[in-house]
Each structure stands twice: as structure tokens, then as C-alpha cells.
Design a protein around this ligand. Structure first.
Ligand code: PEP
Ligand code: MG
Length: 598
């Protein structure tokens, strides 16, 4: 359906976070937030009563979450483990000593009711989270708020409507959904969802993608426009919702849905074929993962390796730092994952103000350029060594690479290598098996690393280009600031020139060059990346089948021709338009419909 046609019908526009089309009856979820009211407690007896009420609400909330976890496990089987893991995160928050103690302290010291004391706890956590520059991590306050709402509901005695209890097959309409709500949708009764609020990096979006139901978020007024029983179309690919469409529109969307499903089926069917171009250029396609539990989905979608394991997620939602054994068991699970032949483990990319309380770091004014990633590791050597020991121990179990983030110059590589060598020596002399020839690579995500790429290439075994940060630093665009999102252009001529420089430098030195930023999984960019002759592409699992299909149906020579044609263009817009037209002409079956609209 074209943009003009959409304008003529009442279509709501939002952010499509999970692709696909669903046509069904709406179910408006009654998840109004419970509001807290303040009561002052004027004697000690009331204080102990509030403490008891609070503790009982915690207990009830835990029991409910354990029930949900059971339902979710039944509904989704073993293949998708992220859901139960999220429920565990909520339970961890419920049981977190500081979280619990802070509310109890508020009741006692401020002599306020449990609801108000809990509100104070959440507000103080919100202040800390607001300062986090990483969009994904900042959004984790939502997990805390979700747990807070559940406790409040139990304090008030009001029931939390359980998605798994909803009768019939429906499309959920809600102001906002928590990941715990979303994981319950895996029971197949829920066809899709549309919400007023939400963003691309939320857990809710991640879970929707992982269970494969169409979803549109950020619609602002979908709850005002849609009531239970309305017929609704949710197009998660285009980010569009249509309410009570006429039969003609329904018919067109049914055709579109059939077409989409046939395309996806076709792509998944072939997802395990090798990613080799028609003229014989092989590309190593890997998955980007944040959790070990994502491995089955990665393999299902056609990855045979992990191109980027974002290990900083091991540190999330916990108070104490992970032990060497915990690191080791995580890495071993990844390396030994069924269907996984290789894994690139990135040393942790945190620091700045992200984990102040755990690592004792000072607050920074501009944390994105602060003491983070490799800089932090080189300062906190003992912490770095714990992780390195674990990666090296795990390397004895399969083909493993170490990837160092945020490298800005030679010295950091020299220093990091020195520490890696020390750890290796300790392990070998202790008789602990490791892969002594483990490959060490660096992320190219800082402009100085691009300029020095030829020199850096002499010092490492591979490059992996992190376009998310590279574009942020090179074009001076805060990657989490919605107001400058329009400037975040992977096909910007300056970006393409940088990519070419990095690939050429790597190849001249005889090392492989991969990409693991979001650009690697964007099908629009695939022919350009083939033209640049990247050796590997690592991406979110769902993107793999489409990208592999484009690779198999391309030749490097035609891709190079395309690249040479667009390289002299002056603007990203011109390049994007040209590549889009090329893709629609050349790979119509791989093009999301949204590309047909200019
Ligand atoms: C990148 O910067 O492109 C990247 C892959 O790393 P992250 O998104 O984790 O910063
Ligand atoms: Mg990065």
C-alpha cells in the first residue's frame, strides 16, 4: 500500500519493531498504572504494619512472576529462552537487597506508607538511570518500573490482567507493555501488538522479534483510537496500524500478508545455505548476541557462528561483579552452542557512568567519550584479567576470537596484548588448557582507528567495524538522540570512504575485515558491503536469512560496479535513492514494501 493510499485511510504511524502483518480483533489491555498516594504514619504501630504489607506484596509479586515463568516456559519451549530469563531479572530486582532495604528505610525514616516509600525508591533509581548514555541500558529502568507496578498492584489488592488468560486470538492494544507481558504472548493466542509508547531498543521490542509476532510501538494514540472488538491491521514491517478497515483494504492486506509469509518461508528455508556470491566470494555470516539464550534462534536463522557477543550484558541487573567462573561458563556455553562453529567474544564495553556502583567509577560529564570499554579495562587491569582468563579458558572448547572495543590507537593494542600475554602465560604454566593461538581483533569504531587502519592492521589478527559508534563519532551524531536520528546515515559518502579505507588497509596486511554494526544486517546496504569485499557480516539473528539471500544472488563484480557508481555521489540521500532503486530492480523479492515508497 503506497504512502498516498495510506493517507486516504485512517492509518496510525509508529515504529515497526517486529516485522510481519496481522489482521485481527483488538483486545485493549487494561494496564492502567496504579498511582501512589502519600499517607503519613503517625505512630510506630502503623510503621510496622506498612512494613508487613510491603513484605507481603513482595512475596505475592514473586509468586505471580514464578507462575508467569512457568506459563512462558510451557508456551515457548526450549528454542526461545530469553523470556524466562527476563522473568528471572524481575525476580532478581524483587529480591535485590538494596532495592528492598531502600523502601523499608523510607517507610521507617520518612514515616510514609509503603506505596509512597516504593515510589521514592524508584525515583532515586530513575535519577541514576537517566544519566546513562547507552539507550539500551538507560531503558532498563523500565524493568524496575515494571516490578514497582506489580508490587503496587499487590499493595492495592488490584489484579494484574494476565495476557496468558485472554480468551481467543487477539491483537493486543496497550499504552505500554513490559517484556514480561510480551513473553506471555508466545502462547500463540496473541497475534501481534500495538502500543502508544515504546522504542526500538526496549526488551519488549527484542522479545517481539524473538517470538516473531508483528508489533508497532510509539503510536502515541492507539489506545484512544482502538477499543476491544475493533478489527485492526498491524503492519510491523511498515510501522502502520489501520483501525476498522473496509473490506477492500482488508483484502489488500491479506494479499500483502500472504506475499510476506511466502517470502519469509522461502528465505528461512534457504537460511542454512552458505553465504557465497554467484561468483564465489564467501562471506562469514554471524549473529550478534547479548545473551547465551539467543544461540538457538541465531542458528535457526542461519548463523553458524557468533560475530559479536556483547559481554557487558553479563554485568547488567546485578550488584556484584561476575566471577571468573560465571564468565567462563557463559563463554563455554556460547562456544559449545549447538550449530555454533566459531565465536567472537568482545571484552566488555562498559564504563563511564554505566556501572558506577559496581566498579567504583567517578561520574563523567560526557561518558560516551569517557573512561569506557578498552580504556576502562586498561585501567582496571585485575577486572580485565578476570574476563580474559575466562575467555582463554573457554577457547580450549572451540574456535574463539577476542575482540577489543573502542580502540583509538596503537598503544591500546600494545597494552592490551601485554595483559593478554601475561594471562596466557599464567594459565599455561598452571596447566590450564587454552588456545594459545587465539585470534585477537579490534573494533574499528573511532575515526582515529580508521585513519591509522594500516598501522593497526599490523598489530592484530582481524578487524570488526562497529558502524553504530563509528557513525556516531565520525558524523557527530548522538546515536541515542531521536532529534538527530535523521542524520544517522550508513550510506553517507564519508562513511563509505572510511569503510573502504579500513577494508583496504586490512586486506593489504592480510587480515580479515568484518562488520558487526547495525549496517551489517541492513539489506539495503548488503550490495555495497559486498562491493567493499567485507569478509564477514554479523547481525541480529532475524536479519540473517534476507542478507544471506541477497549475497547468494549477487556477484562481487556487479556489487563493485554499484559501489563505484555511488562513491562519487555527494549526499547520502542520493546514494540511498540509487541503491534502493537498484535493489527494487535487482532483488524485488528481498525488498521490504516500505522501500517502494520514496
Ligand atoms: C557498534 O558500535 O557498531 C557495535 C557493534 O557495538 P555496540 O553497538 O555494542 O556499541
Ligand atoms: Mg560500539
Amino acid at each position: 500500500m503506497s504512502e498516498n493510499e495510506l493517507k486516504t485511510i485512517a492509518a496510525l504511524r509508529g515504529i515497526g519493531v517486529s516485522p510481519g502483518i496481522v489482521i485481527g480483533r483488538a483486545y485493549a489491555l487494561n494496564h492502567q498504572d496504579i498511582k501512589e498516594t502519600l499517607y503519613k504514619l503517625d505512630n510506630g504501630r502503623f510503621v510496622s504494619r506498612e512494613i508487613k504489607r510491603y513484605k507481603r506484596a513482595l512475596k505475592d509479586s514473586k509468586r505471580e512472576l514464578l507462575d508467569i515463568k512457568k506459563d512462558v516456559k510451557k508456551g515457548i519451549g526450549d528454542r526461545k529462552g530469553v523470556g524466562p530469563l527476563l522473568i528471572d531479572v524481575y525476580i532478581m530486582i524483587l529480591e535485590d537487597k538494596t532495592f528492598v532495604a531502600s523502601t523499608l528505610k523510607n517507610i521507617e525514616e520518612h514515616r510514609v506508607n509503603a506505596e509512597w516509600a516504593l515510589k521514592m525508591t524508584i525515583s532515586s533509581h530513575r535519577e541514576i538511570f537517566d544519566k546513562i548514555e547507552d539507550g539500551y541500558l538507560r531503558e532498563r529502568i523500565r524493568d524496575l518500573e515494571y516490578v514497582g507496578q506489580r508490587i503496587l498492584r499487590n499493595l492495592s489488592g488490584k489484579m494484574h490482567e494476565k495476557i496468558s488468560d485472554i480468551e481467543g486470538e487477539v491483537v493486543i492494544i496497550a499504552r505500554d507493555l513490559s517484556p514480561a507481558d510480551t513473553v506471555q504472548m508466545a502462547t500463540r493466542k496473541i497475534l501481534g501488538f500495538a502500543t502508544d509508547m515504546g522504542g526500538k531498543t526496549s526488551h519488549t521490542a527484542i522479545v517481539a522479534k524473538s517470538i516473531g509476532i508483528p508489533a508497532v510501538v510509539g503510536l502515541e494514540k492507539v489506545t484512544a483510537e482502538v477499543s476491544t472488538g475493533d478489527v485492526i491491521i498491524v503492519d510491523g514491517t511498515a510501522g502502520v496500524v489501520i483501525v476498522n478497515p473496509d473490506p477492500e483494504v482488508i483484502k489488500r492486506y491479506e494479499d500483502k500478508k500472504r506475499h510476506y509469509l511466502a517470502m519469509e518461508e522461502d528465505m528461512i528455508k534457504d537460511a542454512h545455505l552458505p553465504a557465497v556470491t554467484a561468483d564465489g566470494h564467501g562471506v562469514g555470516v554471524g549473529a550478534n548476541i547479548e545473551f547465551v539464550e539467543e544461540i538457538p534462534s541465531a542458528v535457526f536463522h542461519g548463523a553458524n557462528g557468533v560475530g559479536l557477543y556483547r559481554t557487558e550484558f553479563i554485568y547488567i541487573n546485578r550488584k556484584a561483579l561476575p566471577t571468573e567462573e560465571e564468565h567462563f561458563l557463559n563463554y563455554k556455553k556460547v562456544i559449545e552452542g549447538e550449530g555454533i562453529k566459531w565465536a567472537t567474544i568482545r571484552t566488555f564495553d562498559l564504563g563511564g557512568d554505566k556501572f558506577i556502583s559496581d566498579a567504583g567509577l567517578a561520574e563523567e560529564i560526557n561518558p560516551v567519550m569517557g573512561l569506557r570499554a578498552i580504556r576502562f579495562c586498561l585501567k582496571e587491569v585485575e577486572l580485565f584479567k578476570v574476563q580474559l582468563r575466562a575467555i582463554l579458558r573457554a577457547s580450549a572448547y572451540g574456535n574463539t576470537g577476542i575482540l577489543l572495543p573502542m580502540i583509538s590507537g596503537i598503544q591500546e593494542i600494545v597494552d592490551a596484548r601485554k595483559i593478554i600475554d601475561e594471562v596466557k602465560e599464567e594459565l599455561v604454566s598452571g596447566g590450564i588448557p587454552i588456545d594459545e593461538d587465539i585470534k585477537i581483533g579490534i573494533m574499528i569504531e573511532v575515526p582515529s582507528a580508521v585513519i591509522l587502519a594500516d598501522r593497526l592492521a599490523e598489530k592484530v589478527d582481524f578487524f570488526s567495524i562497529g558502524t553504530n559508534d563509528l557513525i556516531q563519532y565520525a558524523l557527530a551524531i548522538d546515536r541515542v538522540n531521536e532529534r538527530v536520528t535523521y542524520l544517522y546515515e550508513p550510506l553517507h559518502p564519508a562513511v563509505l570512504m572510511m569503510l573502504r579505507q579500513v577494508v583496504d588497509a586490512g586486506h593489504k596486511a592480510g587480515i580479515k575485515v568484518a562488520m558487526c554494526g547495525e549496517m551489517a544486517g541492513d539489506p539495503l546496504c548488503t550490495p555495497i558491503l559486498l562491493g567493499l569485499e567485507l569478509d564477514g557480516l554479523s547481525m541480529t539473528p532475524l536479519a540473517i536469512p534476507r542478507v544471506k539471500k541477497i549475497i547468494r544472488n549477487s556477484t562481487v563484480s556487479e556489487s563493485k560496479e554499484l559501489l563505484e557508481t555511488v562513491m562519487p555521489f555527494s549526499t547520502a540521500r542520493e546514494i540511498e535513492q540509487y541503491v534502493r532503486d537498484y535493489m527494487i530492480r535487482r532483488f524485488p523479492e528481498c525488498c521490504p514494501v516500505t522501500w517502494q515508497v520514496s
